[in-house]
Design a protein around this ligand. Structure first.
Ligand SMILES: Cc1cc2nc3c(=O)[nH]c(=O)nc-3n(C[C@H](O)[C@H](O)[C@H](O)COP(=O)(O)OP(=O)(O)OC[C@H]3O[C@@H](n4cnc5c(N)ncnc54)[C@H](O)[C@@H]3O)c2cc1C
Length: 367
């Protein structure tokens, strides 16, 4: 089977062997089996955050199709009493729709993100002022070193802006995730934390809105940017945002045009633990503050317009959003996508001196 049929960018060559895992046990067995045979293998959920090479993938592609949403006993007295254990193969957006229907708040602004629930912690999915990290309690994983299943509390995953220990190479497969959600009066959302979403809801930042309203406003905003999978929208044949927003030092950011959007980042608190009996260490040198830049702004202001394509290439920048690289007719190759990405990186680097880093995972494909 061609992997282009299993990825939202619709690129990727042949898979040597495909195994579908429909339960957590089958997922464990499939991974351990592939490992024991010493062959190359990968797991794939919805294929919405990968760029798979035109040569395809040797060995086994394990499709995560385990389903199930279990309500755990409520945690009385907690701000987030509703606990759910969700199998890795549950489609993420269907889960969000279910939580909104039930009146549970915490992931409503993550409506419309494609892919599987098991992949959500890999890059700590986020959008419209919310991140998975705010609702994630733990994940059950298969540890690929020990071959054992274990429960990992969310802090151990080192979730950060579009990354985690897993994305950085910690060898585990996610089997299920546990979420903690709020119940508010009148089925209200978490405080709205994104200006564009607040505007479209007619509320102020920090206000709560009806959950169903937040979901529909988010879906409408996303559709306007080609960020909801839609077979009638060629701009949605993508992997979502192709580049992360760069994080740079405040002093470097001052060298950029003043109109370039930027958001101050919270510095990591210094490690203050002192072993018993030891002299307190001198205070650490101050850490320079960092700011997050808008990758979309940098791309647009380096001269790349919406809909831009290299001569003769079938890959193009989305007509709705410069951050998405698309395969609008489904005929582009992974190489063409990568070539366009390199061109954009070069333009932004030469115009602003900023390195753009890709968000999707590259599988058998170089940038
Ligand atoms: C139109 C569109 C809009 C998007 N918008 C957003 C957005 O707003 N915010 C955002 O954060 N992302 C967004 N994305 C990116 C993507 O949807 C998310 O990253 C999603 O979580 C990927 O899920 P998936 O199941 O498709 O992962 P896949 O693409 O199948 O896999 C991604 C990576 O995770 C690994 N992986 C998958 N499942 C597991 C598992 N169970 N255990 C271990 N590793 C696993 C894979 O091996 C691969 O390395 C968007 C994508 C598209 C196409």
């Amino acid at each position: 089977m061609l992997l282009s049929e299993l990825t939202t960018l619709r690129v990727g060559g042949q898979a040597e062997r495909i195994v579908e895992a429909t339960t957590a046990d089958e997922l464990v067995d499939a991974v351990l089996d592939a490992q024991s045979r010493g062959e190359h293998w990968i797991v794939l959920g919805g294929g919405s955050n990968v760029l798979v090479g035109d040569e395809g993938v040797p060995g086994t592609v394990i499709l995560v199709r385990s389903r199930g949403v279990e309500r755990l006993p409520d945690v009385e007295g907690s701000r987030r009493p509703i606990r759910l254990r969700v199998q890795a193969g549950e489609p993420w957006d269907a889960l969000v729709a279910h939580t909104v229907d039930q009146g549970w708040a915490g992931v409503e602004a993550l409506s419309g993100i494609p892919g599987s629930t098991g992949a959500a912690p890999i890059q700590n999915i986020g959008a419209y002022g919310q991140e998975l990290a705010e609702s994630l309690v733990s994940v059950e994983v298969l540890d690929l070193i020990s071959g054992e299943r274990r429960l990992v509390p969310a802090p151990e995953l080192r979730l950060a802006y579009r990354t985690s220990a897993i994305k950085q190479g910690w060898p585990v497969v996610v089997l299920s995730v546990e979420l903690a959600l709020e119940v508010n009066d009148d089925a209200r959302s978490r405080p709205v934390a994104y200006a564009q979403l607040a505007d479209s809801l007619g509320v102020e930042i920090g206000d709560r809105a009806l959950l169903a309203g937040v979901r529909s406003a988010t879906l409408a905003l996303r559709a306007g940017k080609g960020m909801v999978l839609d077979e009638h929208d060629p701009d949605s044949v993508s992997a979502g945002s192709f580049f992360t927003n760069p994080i740079v030092s405040e002093s470097f950011a001052r060298t950029l045009p003043p109109e370039a959007p930027r958001w101050a980042q919270q510095p990591d608190p210094p490690a203050l633990a002192v072993p018993l009996g030891a002299e307190p260490a001198p205070p650490p040198p101050p850490v320079e503050s960092t700011v997050k830049l808008s990758a979309a702004w940098l791309i647009e202001h380096s001269g790349i317009t919406r809909g831009f394509a290299l001569p003769g290439s079938r890959a193009s920048v989305s007509k709705k959003h410069t951050l998405a690289l698309t395969n609008p007719h489904g005929t582009a190759t992974a190489d063409e996508i990568a070539q366009l990405a390199r061109y954009i990186q070069t333009r932004v680097m030469s115009e602003f001196g900023v390195a753009l880093h890709p968000e999707p995972v590259f599988i058998n494909q170089q940038l």
